[in-house]
Design a protein around this ligand. Structure first.
Ligand SMILES: [Zn+2]
Length: 503
């Protein structure tokens, strides 16, 4: 699609986001002075400078020593500090609550257990606490949750892919019982071969790839999310789409100007995604199929990764999907010092209780020792996906920072903190600090066509900014050294965003 259309679309959407936000625009301009500016367009010649915020936008960026103070501006001294663009997480699921079943997650507010009452209020704050000022929800399961999020007093900018496009009776609608799955996933793709397994009221013509993409477009989605997944655990051999269906989705998404994303984490699925010419692969390649025992990266996987690099396909590594499961077998996980900052105390208490670990039983039989389970993750999917990422990093692939929070009912994927943990996983897998920084800022902004609004520190963009004590090009600790978060020019002290500050 043309980039002109993309930026028009982005401005249109951004207008909606701004209109829907409760931020009053600061009356006075803000002038951040003598700060080290780190932004993707100047990574090779970083220096200090000053940034003027006016009417929620970046009005001016000056390199070198601060010049004359703009009239009426509030001065924020950035001396010894670092200014970076707000971070973007391009894969979240806001309606799913970590650590509880989907049934509980999606139940009405009045039916939720008391320990979850304060969670929705804390959710946007936790993302901001770790510097995430833009989020993309990939599969809207409950529009009300997203509406509430957008109405919160402070919240990241939120984009979404509307309702996702699973193949009829395939992943992930297969997890819901047959009587409810079509209600939960009304934007599924009809499969004539399964006519007898699709309720009569769903007409084929309303569930073609083109009709489904049009429905995403009507709901103001910026992306289309579909799946290639044969299943795992008890649900293997799920139906998957063929290349013709994928081609139709591709055509419709291109015509509608939407970014096409495919859930794919197996060798077969990522090959399918590349052939289908998707824009974004929504997971790392941790399932190698028959090649799973290979200790080095097999040549056929290298060939596929070369193709992903050559086509500049956006790559969402989402290592925390695996780490988030492993968390149940790590006795130290719930003692992570940042956890009390991102969830209400009563929720953490419940996670520590025996009932709070219900999901652990679904992951392993009670008699398997934790250490054995940790090894299963470490020597299996984590080992494989790290080899993949190290290779992609060596070729400077188009990494898109993405956490898939929460990717399952796990308490190992908590809002905001999960991003910080994902960065540590990426670093361990071999990405450079620069690659991680770019993935979480400009790469995401470009891929999702919101770079006219966010992603760098340049005049005209929305003033979504972070003031840090440390440089993110020197250590990942920088992302946990936030002093101030600006959202549409409104300054918020990091401490005030913590769950511990919200009593
Ligand atoms: Zn996901």
């Amino acid at each position: 699609m043309s980039s002109l259309f993309g930026s028009v679309l982005a401005s249109f959407l951004s207008a909606i986001v701004v209109a829907g936000s409760a931020f009053g625009q600061a009356a006075n301009p803000t002038w951040i002075t003598d700060v080290t500016i780190i932004s993707s367009e100047n990574l090779d010649h970083i220096g200090t400078g000053s940034v003027l915020i006016e009417n929620g936008h970046i009005a001016r960026v000056e390199r070198g020593p601060a010049r004359k103070k703009p009239a009426g501006a509030t001065i924020v001294s950035g001396k010894g500090l670092f200014l970076v663009p707000g971070l973007i997480d391009s894969h979240v699921h806001l309606a799913a609550v970590p650590g509880v079943s989907y049934e509980v997650s999606l139940s009405p507010a009045e039916k939720k257990p008391p320990m979850l009452k304060r969670y929705p209020e804390q959710l946007p704050r936790s993302y901001l606490y770790f510097g995430y000022t833009t989020l993309i929800d990939l599969a809207v399961a409950d529009h009300q949750v997203l509406d509430k999020f957008r109405q919160a007093p402070v919240h990241p900018d939120l984009y979404d892919c509307g309702e996702s496009l699973p193949f009829a009776n395939g992943y992930p609608m297969s997890f819901a019982p047959p009587e409810t799955r079509f209600k939960l996933f009304p934007n599924f793709i009809y499969d004539p071969k399964q006519a007898s397994a699709i309720p009569y009221e769903y007409k084929p013509q309303d569930h073609t790839p083109a009709a489904d993409v049009a429905s995403v477009k009507r709901s103001h989605g910026i992306c289309v999310k579909t799946y290639f997944e044969r299943g795992f655990g008890a649900d293997r051999n799920l139906p998957v789409m063929g290349p013709e269906v994928a081609a139709e989705i591709r055509r419709a998404a291109t015509q509608a100007g939407l970014v096409l994303m495919m859930h794919a984490n197996t060798f077969e699925a990522q090959k399918f995604a590349v052939q289908a010419d998707v824009d974004v692969i929504a997971h790392g390649l941790w399932n190698w199929g028959d090649l799973y025992k290979q200790t080095e990266l097999p040549p056929e996987i290298k060939d596929l990764l070369d193709e992903i690099v050559r086509k500049r396909i956006g790559y969402q590594s989402t290592l925390q999907v695996i780490q988030g499961l492993r968390a149940y077998f790590d006795p130290e996980y719930l003692n992570t010092p940042d956890i009390p900052k991102v969830i209400p105390a009563e929720m953490l208490e419940w996670f520590k209780s025996p009932e709070g670990k219900w999901f652990k039983k679904e992951l392993a039989d009670g008699d398997v020792p934790d250490a054995t389970m940790r090894q299963t993750f470490d020597n299996g999917p984590l080992r494989r996906v790290r080899l993949v990422l190290a290779y992609l990093a060596s070729k400077d692939a188009n990494f898109l920072f993405a956490t898939d929070t929460p990717s399952s009912p796990t308490y190992g994927n908590l809002p905001g903190l999960n991003g910080y943990l994902e960065m540590q996983q990426l670093r361990e897998a071999g990405l450079s600090l620069k690659q991680i920084f770019r993935a979480a800022t400009i790469n995401n902004a470009r891929e999702f066509k919101i770079d006219s609004q966010v992603g760098t520190i340049e005049p005209g963009k929305v003033a979504n900014l972070l003031l840090l004590r440390k440089s993110p090009l020197e250590s990942l600790d920088a992302y946990d050294s936030i002093v101030t978060v600006w959202v549409h020019g409104k300054p918020i002290s990091r401490d005030s965003l913590a769950a511990t500050a919200n009593k």
